[in-house]
Design a protein around this ligand. Sequence first.
Ligand code: ACO
Length: 383
Amino acid sequence: MSAPSTPNAASEFARGLAGIVAGRTAICSLDGDLRYRGYSIEPLALAGNFEEVAYLLLYGELPTAAELAAFSGRVNAAARSLDPAVTDALERLAVSAPHASPMDALRTGVSMLGQVEGDNLPGSREQLLAQAEKLLGQVPAVLAAWMDLSAGRRIGPWPEGSIAKALLERLTGHVPSKEHVAIFGTTLVLYAEHEFNASTFTARTVVSTGSDMHSGITAAIGALKGPLHGGANEKVLEVLTHIGSADRAEPWVHEQFAAKRVVMGFGHRVYKDGDVRAKLLGRMCREMVRGTAGEAIEDLAERVERLMLSAKSLKPNLDWPAARVYHALGLPVQVFTPIFVVARMSGWTAHIIEQIGDNRLIRPLSLYSGPQPRDYRPLATRG
Ligand code: ACO
């Protein structure tokens, strides 16, 4: 076989691509402040209107009231009309694997949606935007359907209203208060987009080969599932539940350090001086649970934060307060990462459209570290 035409002369590489600029984006910037399409995250998060932010990420501008109403209507319509081929298949899966992770159900669900809708090639920008809008509604509906089916219930109807209100209602089983919808909406806005993170880069890599949006999203869900990325928000609640109370925090944290384990919800590849999203949501979470039993978890979280800061100079990332907010809203832990998927659908689809609009195959090089050249010996001569 001939040698590769591009010689790999590099003698160094950045582990985990840390610090490498891998492309351009007009969707999000992390330089100092987190901004979506130029808008600072704080007012967007405080407004807590996920559809408004999804529109901004996809179309590049904030919508007018009329544009937002039409967009929300199309997203809600998609949530209400899941293809029976998909729900029937999920129903069979729920019988044979009721304890499967809802992340797996979402990954399978998006893959099936691509198949039933015949999404095989990247289309025009208009077709891609229409697909993105549909997926924004379909994905939360698949999640709610799976939670019903895996609990042995029939699939409930998708409620009227925003994604935040409808999804919270579907996942908790009751109509949420305005305050709960508002903070849930804020978490969706905060989770919506974050530049070239692992799952977004995965989606961009997949469509850079000429593949379709559903394939990119299916792969992105797989990337988000890992505990070093989106899966961390579920682990955070497990940690807080395991520690139990503030007075048990110190020995637990020291035990993690001694065993060289990472503490979920802390540290970030890009934010080395703290995650702006975590600061914002942490304050809101404490405010939300003031005067309730949830205050004990906040005390514990604060204690762990102080220990992590003094021992390792590590600050929380978004998953740290998001897990506490979801718990306080009465959501079961296994939907925490899937909610991240629902939110990140907006960022992923925007990046997929951006990548397809100015595509070059993503194909880096590697530094070879295997055996020196050696001769092949036929099977019969190997002993
Ligand atoms: N707990 C304990 N130590 C940590 C943590 C942590 N959470 N995060 C980083 N460190 C340590 C590393 O072990 C390393 O120590 P060393 O120099 O002694 O080897 C040092 O801090 C520097 O870490 P980095 O190399 O800068 O971390 P990296 O950028 O490779 O990883 C990551 C970032 C994966 C997020 C890491 O901080 C981590 O594993 N955190 C826990 C998982 C988590 O919360 N993920 C959510 C990410 S945010 C999101 O998806 C919304």
